[in-house]
Design a protein around this ligand. Structure first.
Ligand code: DAH
Length: 357
């Protein structure tokens, strides 16, 4: 005979089983609610300021393998009654995560716009490359030509006294040769002036050094003169060689070498007798030049054997030493080299002119 189990016994049985498992289920419920609360704190603690922060947030919280999904997985195992509470808490967490993520993304985007306002669609800026000034190009070429045969560069002051600029170079006090170099005086009482030529560096070097002396001195000089072929400020390069037994033919040889190096091997050259107070004999050197299809002689430099008086003035014994000197205008060479007709063009700094060299 079968024993019928009455309803109350059944209910009691269920109640006992329930009571047995309840603490366990209850613990899962409490555990999940705690976890959700902890995670909400964690989410709030995120400070999403950079794309890296967003990536980290996705990796740890909101992404496929993030903690939010893990909680949803656990949630599947929760039964009936508890589902409601945990589900509610979980949904709130989901909303919090979504909010946090959106705020973070919005912040990073506005930040990036602020940081980089460059309009990449604009055309690029043109870079302007500088060019060497034609006077510098010529000056350096001249220096290079003389350095190659042992001349040393010497420089001197642009503000000079009368003695270094004139008297030591054998210009007599009232000699008309001084008039040829129309002078800017800085102080007329003490005869301080802007040097009219680089020949003053000869004097300064001979006073300081013992022969053999083989120098060139490039530099700025000043004369009260201004037109298409003269500028009140211009550049010269002076040369001086003092040693035992130096002759006029040595000078010619060096100057031929210079002209051939600078203007080319076939350049025609001639020497004309001239006068300079500081050389004896003195000469001017011309080169053959074709202007508008016609051959012409163009003066390019002055030169000569250093006058014994100059050597004496500078403490060198003229019976022991002889020497030659020469001086040339850098503007003149530049105008010939580049066929420039007006000297003022080289000082105006007009880019259309300068950028041609
Ligand atoms: N000093 C001269 C001038 O400015 C140029 C010159 C001529 C220099 C002859 C020299 C030279 O050394 O020997 O016109």
């Amino acid at each position: 005979m079968t024993k019928t189990i009455d309803k109350d016994t059944l209910i009691e049985g269920f109640q006992q089983v329930f009571n047995l498992f309840f603490p366990f289920l209850y613990r899962i419920l409490i555990f999940m609610l705690e976890e959700i609360a902890q995670m909400a704190d964690l989410v709030r603690s995120f400070d999403l300021k950079t794309p890296m922060d967003i990536e980290k947030f996705k990796r740890e919280i909101s992404g496929k393998n993030g903690q939010l999904n893990t909680l949803f997985e656990q949630f599947k195992g929760i039964s009936g009654d508890q589902k409601k509470d945990v589900g509610k808490a979980l949904n709130e967490l989901k909303i919090l995560v979504a909010q946090k993520f959106e705020e973070g993304v919005a912040f990073v985007e506005t930040q990036n716009v602020k940081q980089d306002e460059t309009d990449y669609s604009l055309p690029g800026r043109t870079l302007h490359f500088g060019k060497r000034h034609p006077l510098n190009l010529v000056n350096e070429e001249v220096i290079g030509i003389f350095e190659r045969i042992g001349f040393q560069v010497k420089e001197g002051p642009e503000i000079e006294d009368d003695w270094h600029n004139f008297s030591a170079l054998n210009f007599a006090e009232n000699h008309p040769a001084r008039d040829m170099q129309d002078t800017f005086f800085v102080n007329s009482e003490h005869k301080i002036l802007l040097r009219t030529h680089t020949s003053s560096v000869q004097v300064r070097t001979m006073l300081k050094e013992k022969p053999p002396i083989r120098i060139i001195s490039p530099g700025r000089v000043y004369r009260c003169d201004s037109d298409a072929t003269h500028s009140p400020v211009f550049h010269q390069c002076e040369g001086l060689y003092i040693d035992k037994g130096v002759s006029f033919s040595d000078m010619k040889d060096v100057l031929f070498y210079f002209v051939k190096s600078f203007f080319g091997n076939d350049t025609k050259v001639r020497f004309r007798p001239s006068y300079f107070p500081f050389t004896e004999p003195s000469a001017e050197m011309d080169i053959g030049w074709i202007v508008n299809g016609k051959f012409k002689w163009m003066e390019i430099l002055g030169c000569g054997m250093v006058d014994p008086n100059v050597l004496k003035n500078c403490g060198i014994d003229p019976d022991e030493y002889t020497g030659y000197a020469f001086g040339m205008g850098i503007e003149r060479l530049t105008m010939l080299r580049y066929k420039i007709s007006d000297i003022r063009l080289v000082y105006e700094n007009d880019l259309r002119f300068i950028s041609q060299f």
